[in-house]
Design a protein around this ligand. Structure first.
Ligand code: RIB
Length: 310
């Protein structure tokens, strides 16, 4: 039995570091090349598990070596991957990631098997879902599967945490039934249809988004922290300044940390603060799942405001 079910993407990330991102048509030298398990769904599942939640993942990988490595890695992190389907027609998802000296990334995803995650996959996980408390999703699988899952969650009494990344416009009513929406600035802009550049504009967008259905809207603001709007009010949560190595999966770690914190029965404001600590620490290491901090590292920042990465 799992408290959290993640319905989402699993990728293998091919990561190269370089001083500066190339412009179109330009070739630049890279430094390190690493292969790191990634995918927004898998990252969020791994983060929630590392931070103490019991987690299962539902999705697809290819019938290839990368697919096996992705599943093995999730299992090694304590994530129940028994509902991950091996797709015989499509390759495993991969992401080409380039990280510059400032820790900024560009990511190109070839979805592969993630693009075939279907309502049938969801139905086959009904038993798992009926025992869970939270369903966590992103936008790296087909939108109609996500929408059907929101309906199933309502039927089974689960809370949905939706991280609509990468963002695109959704039909009216799509977010009805979502408990918490977690968006970064660009995702908030896309879904709210207005610019988000600072705390005030994040607050304005959050009010627009809350009217679209979610009870809670969290706008993550990168190094500036996060803003949230809930049923009982709104608040800005600052982030601790750190030496950024790579921002990849910081948002995913935030989402995983948020759900783990809710399962620890932290009130909403503290859950957002805990998630902010987790996301901040994830920027200090290279890669997606390689950057997710341990529970003791997050707890030290959350309780004492101290960075103690080991
Ligand atoms: O959010 C980061 C993730 O986006 C990467 O791990 C990559 O696989 C893409 O899904």
């Amino acid at each position: 039995m799992a408290d959290v079910v993640v319905l989402g993407s699993m990728n293998m990330d091919l990561v190269v570091r370089t001083r500066q991102h190339p412009r179109p048509g330009e070739t630049v030298h890279g430094t390190d090349f690493v292969t790191v398990p990634g995918g927004k769904g898998a990252n969020q599942a791994a983060a929630a598990a590392r931070l103490g939640a019991s987690v299962a993942i539902v999705g697809r990988v290819g019938h290839d070596d990368l697919g096996q490595a992705i599943v093995d890695n999730l299992r090694s992190q304590g994530v129940d991957a028994s509902r991950v389907r091996r797709d015989a027609q499509r390759p495993s998802g991969i992401a080409m990631i380039v990280v510059n000296d400032a820790g900024e990334n560009t990511i190109v995803v070839a979805s592969g098997a993630n693009g075939a995650v279907s309502v049938t996959d969801l139905e086959s996980a009904r038993g798992l879902l009926s025992e869970a408390h939270y369903l966590v999703m992103q936008f790296e699988i087909p939108l109609d599967t996500v929408r059907s899952a929101i309906d199933m969650a309502a039927e089974l009494g689960l809370r949905v945490v939706l991280n609509p990344a990468p963002a695109y416009a959704v039909p009216a009513g799509f977010m009805n039934g979502v408990f918490a929406l977690v968006v970064n600035e660009t995702e908030a802009e896309t879904l709210a249809g207005q610019p988000v550049t600072d705390i005030a504009s994040a607050a304005r967008a959050a009010h627009v988004l809350q009217r679209q259905g979610p009870q809670v809207v969290i706008v993550t603001l990168g190094a500036a922290g996060a803003y949230f709007l809930g049923p009982d009010g709104e608040q800005y949560v600052p982030a601790r300044r750190v030496q950024v190595v790579d921002t990849t999966a910081a948002g995913d770690t935030f989402v995983g940390g948020f759900v783990a914190a809710l399962l620890m029965d932290l009130p909403l404001g503290d859950a957002v603060r805990y998630a902010t600590c987790a996301g901040t620490l994830a920027t200090m290491r290279l890669g997606a799942q390689t950057s997710i901090p341990r529970a003791d590292e997050v707890q030290t920042l959350f309780e004492r405001g101290e960075i103690a990465l080991t």
